[in-house]
Design a binder for this molecule. Structure first.
Ligand SMILES: [Zn+2]
Length: 165
């Protein structure tokens, strides 16, 4: 029997950074500052991400492009790589993302690409803790309470028949 099913999720939207609580604001400002360190000579699209760890520590990352395009890395994975590599056991609980085009901070918030979503949810799954996503733009800010919401029906270590060793 054919069934139509529906997947939906809710997120919070803000108009100004002042509306965020102090911790989220600090994290988003860290992402906005990280933008300045991006290496994006090909796209001119500079992205910054900042990961908050359970201890409160913030680790930032940027996109780092490369002449061999697939060798480049996004800000989100860059930040997570730094966090996981340098702070083992300190669980990432939130990530803020911001991006500048040639005119400055984007009007609308930028969302992580599919590749980054897959990497972010792996953290969420392996730690068993929601990783909040804060997407910052000039005109609006979105908060998604768990990264998995951004990748419905995703492939994870919990997939039936997939037994990671
Ligand atoms: Zn990405």
């Amino acid at each position: 029997m054919i069934k139509t099913k529906n997947i939906s999720f809710s997120y919070t939207e803000f108009e100004k950074i002042d509306e965020l609580d102090a911790g989220d604001r600090e994290l988003l400002i860290s992402a906005m500052k990280a933008v300045e360190n991006a290496y994006a000579p090909y796209s001119q699209f500079k992205v910054g991400a900042a990961v908050r760890l359970e201890s409160g520590t913030i680790i930032a990352g940027t996109n780092i492009e490369n002449a061999a395009f697939p060798s480049g890395i996004c800000a989100e994975r860059s930040a997570l790589a730094g966090a996981v590599s340098n702070h083992p056991g300190d669980i990432p609980v939130a990530m803020a993302i911001a991006a500048n085009n040639t005119e400055g901070l984007t009007d609308d918030p930028v969302s992580p690409c599919g590749n980054c979503r897959q990497v972010i949810i792996e953290e969420e799954y392996r730690n068993g803790k929601p990783l909040r996503i804060i997407l910052g733009g000039k005109r609006k800010i979105r908060i998604i309470e768990k990264a998995t919401d951004l990748l419905p029906l995703c492939f994870t270590m919990k997939f039936p028949g997939f037994t990671p060793r």
